[in-house]
Ligand binder design. Structure first.
Ligand code: ADP
Ligand code: MG
Length: 314
């Protein structure tokens, strides 16, 4: 069963078309990621799914409920961790969680129990009484996640929850999300970090310039690049390389498998070792010095690069 079904979502801000017809579906219990660089349209998509603002067109169903027609009812099934942290700085972690719990109509013993359980999950039981303004960014983010799961939602929706926080909290968050998913919660997770997405998510939608340009499991996405590795060759000077590249392409690799950006030449190949020395010889023969060479196994960064000619970090 689809717990989330998104069809033809569109949204513009003035002339800026932020989301240009995005469709995807997520099954109950799945962990799904929207992966894309800054400005791709991840938050805009998420904000429509959570009912923050309506889409210009398209439909969204959560657990069979139409989000546009019945936002309040749809919101009962979801927990949301927004990109911006929203907490009462002068209240303690426990008080913040209790505040959110009351918003979900929890009270009395049930509220206390939910708060205790959540503090345990986010690893802040021992800091429960401390004011949030004494917390690191990562700890605050963990309180935010706690607030989103107090009512045991079917779907947890998180928008770049690890951006700008310390590595320790980051690891804690990734492990928490993984275990919530293993215990049956559906996860929708946006990120521009492919490592996180590879670790957490069964299925991935790659979003760029407001469009979903690929969608599938990690294995399916890797197959779109023919499961080829990537050879990254850093060059000493930045002069245009396409003329030289063209000549080596004829002999060694296909034109569409070569990406030249700034001083980095990227070549996709199934057996990188077999062409490496010839490739470097060709480059040096052309009077360009090679400063470093790296072979990267097929990963999401490669898929993105192959589809867009850009890096996820650009
Ligand atoms: P992401 O979350 O992937 O970084 P966003 O969905 O935040 O991307 O933004 C997509 C595009 O829409 C960007 O070009 C951004 O500048 C623009 N945008 C987002 N929100 C607004 C807004 N409230 N007003 C104007 N432009 C916006
Ligand atoms: Mg965003």
């Amino acid at each position: 069963m689809d717990i989330l079904n998104v069809q033809g979502l569109k949204k513009s801000f003035g002339k800026m078309e932020a989301v240009k017809g995005v469709s995807f579906a997520v099954k109950k219990g799945e962990s799904f990621s929207l992966l894309g660089p800054n400005g791709a349209g991840k938050s805009t998509t998420i904000n429509m799914i959570t009912g923050l603002y309506p889409p210009a067109s398209g439909s969204i169903q959560i657990a069979g409920v139409d989000v546009v027609k019945h936002p309040k009812q749809a919101q009962k099934s979801i927990g949301v961790v927004p990109q911006e942290i929203a907490l009462y700085e002068t209240l303690s972690a426990r008080e913040n969680l209790k505040f959110w719990g009351r918003m979900y109509d929890l009270s009395g013993k049930a509220l206390e129990k939910a708060v205790d359980e959540v503090l345990e999950i986010i690893g802040l039981s021992d800091r429960a009484k401390d004011k949030v303004n004494t917390f690191s960014g990562g700890m605050k983010r963990r309180v935010n996640i706690g607030a989103a799961i107090l009512h045991k939602p079917e779907v947890l929706i998180m928008d770049e929850p690890t951006v700008g926080i310390d590595p320790q909290s980051r690891n804690h968050i990734l492990n928490t999300v993984k275990s919530l998913n293993q215990n049956g919660m559906t996860i929708i997770y946006t990120s521009h970090y492919m490592e996180e997405v590879e670790y957490l998510c069964e299925r991935i939608g790659i979003i760029d310039h407001g469009e979903l340009i690929a969608c599938g499991t990690l294995r399916e996405l890797r197959e779109t690049i023919g499961d080829r590795s990537r050879i990254n060759i850093s060059l000493e000077n930045e002069r245009p390389f396409h003329i030289e590249a063209a000549s080596l392409i004829d002999n060694l690799v296909l034109k569409e498998d070569v990406v030249m950006k700034d001083r980095l030449l990227t070549v996709f190949h199934k057996e990188p070792q077999s062409i490496l020395s010839e490739l470097i010889q060709l480059i040096t023969k052309n009077g360009t010095k090679v400063t470093s060479v790296e072979i990267v196994e097929p990963n999401l960064e490669s898929v993105f690069l192959h589809l867009t000619g850009r890096s996820l970090r650009d």
